[in-house]
Design a protein around this ligand. Structure first.
Ligand code: MTE
Length: 389
């Protein structure tokens, strides 16, 4: 083990030692999946923050329709909760409801379970590529992954509680361990999205219980929307008569109403809350800087568009002068990325390879992204430079 890996293992091992084991009484209940990535930095993941565990998938991992859980990116704003026993976990449902509820995991398991494949992307994915650079976690291209999520529909739980006509937004609270003065992780979504038959209280990912990193024992899953909408370690749902006001709704996760000049401040009143993801593609291979042999080269990648579908992915091997259609993979479902590939006969030389996705709403990846002070929604045409010998 190299010294960097050893260091990460030591610090994250120390953090996990505190109350990390599930309670002995929870033997019959789901336990967090134990994967190779229990310790930050394992399994080739890029550690963007070891303090709060922020792990990026290397871009070459964006090459399977379902991301294996150990390769699924992790975004935490604070410490993961250490008390995760399934037998004492409770979810309260209150606010603008006729009948407030307190549900256990056993109660949730009695509701019909629904599954869907969702590409989860952090709104800050690609932040490091914005120019001028902006502060925040310096994500490269891999704060995005895809999994099959399962659990009861949020709608079924809300309907049991009885939504009053005054209920317009649904608030989620995560039970993260809040360091110092950081406000708790609380956000809300509009009631229409909450009542959508695909919005879940997810308890499973790729067919097994959620891992601690991904919100064990239950998280909100708001498909097609920015990752921040999908609150992990969910303990409270509250129906509100208006949008929740708090740090992770404002100033966090807001976007300028109009594109401004790169580097310029934006007034809060000229911004809106981020919801559905944008259209985007990335090249997962060959890697930037690769040196390859002349002949047949296959270029691979993934493309996604939030609530919309991918209509086409175009590839350029000459820096954007000419474009060709990439072949889209067979696996597809709403909210999930589409893998794509392009076969090319390459002669020796230096090449700039570009990928550009278009979605079913007619949105096209731009040459330059919309710069914004928080570095959200980087979705410019992707590029790798390779050498063919
Ligand atoms: N939920 C809680 N409670 N705390 C968090 O820090 N991070 C959010 C969201 N849910 C977060 C959270 C953000 S910003 C993202 S992108 C996704 O979780 C990431 O989900 P993942 O770690 O399962 O990939």
């Amino acid at each position: 083990m190299n010294s960097r890996r050893k260091f990460l293992k030591q610090i994250s091992g120390a953090a996990l030692a505190v109350g990390a084991a599930p309670s002995l009484m929870s033997w019959a209940l789901p336990r967090p999946q134990v994967g190779a990535i229990e310790l930050a930095g394992e399994d080739g993941m890029i550690v963007r923050s070891a303090r709060f565990i922020d792990l990026e998938s290397p871009v070459e991992y964006l090459n399977t329709w379902l991301t294996p859980v150990p390769h699924f990116f992790v975004r935490n704003h604070m410490h993961e909760p250490t008390e995760l026993a399934a037998d004492i976990w409770k979810l309260t449902v209150g606010g603008e409801v006729e009948k407030p509820l307190t549900l256990t995991l056993a109660d949730l398991s009695k509701l019909e379970s629904h599954s869907l494949v969702n590409t989860l992307e952090c709104a800050g994915n690609g932040r490091s590529l914005h120019r001028p650079q902006v502060p925040g976690i310096q994500w490269g291209k891999g704060a995005v992954s895809t999994a099959r999520f399962s659990g009861p529909r949020l709608r079924d739980v809300l309907e049991r509680a009885g939504i009053k006509s005054t209920g317009k937004h649904v608030m989620f609270r995560g039970v993260d361990e809040v360091p110092g003065k950081v406000p708790p992780f609380i956000r809300s979504i509009p009631i229409e999205k909450a009542l959508d038959s695909d919005t879940l209280i997810a308890t499973q990912m790729n067919g097994s219980a959620l891992t601690r990193h991904h919100g064990f024992p239950a998280r909100a899953l708001v498909p097609g929307w920015i990752g921040a909408a999908s609150c992990k370690w969910l303990t409270e749902i509250k129906i509100l008569d208006s949008e929740f006001v708090g740090n992770f709704m404002s100033p966090g996760y807001r976007f300028p109403n109009q594109p401004g000049k790169p580097g310029e401040a934006v007034k809060p009143e000229d911004t809106h809350v981020l919801t559905a993801l944008n259209v985007k593609s990335v090249i997962s291979g060959p890697l930037d800087g690769a040196s390859l042999k002349a002949g047949k080269i296959t270029i691979n990648g993934a493309a996604w568009a939030g609530e919309a579908n991918i209509a086409k992915v175009e590839l350029s091997t000459d820096g954007g002068t000419t474009w060709n259609l990439a072949q889209l993979g067979h696996d597809q479902s709403r909210y999930s990325w589409r893998l794509w590939s392009f076969s090319w006969r390459a002669k020796s030389g230096d090449y700039s390879i570009l990928s550009r996705a278009t979605d079913s709403q007619g949105r096209i990846q731009p040459d330059t992204p919309v710069w914004n002070p928080s570095g959200y929604f980087y979705n410019a045409v992707d590029q790798v430079k390779i050498h063919v010998a």
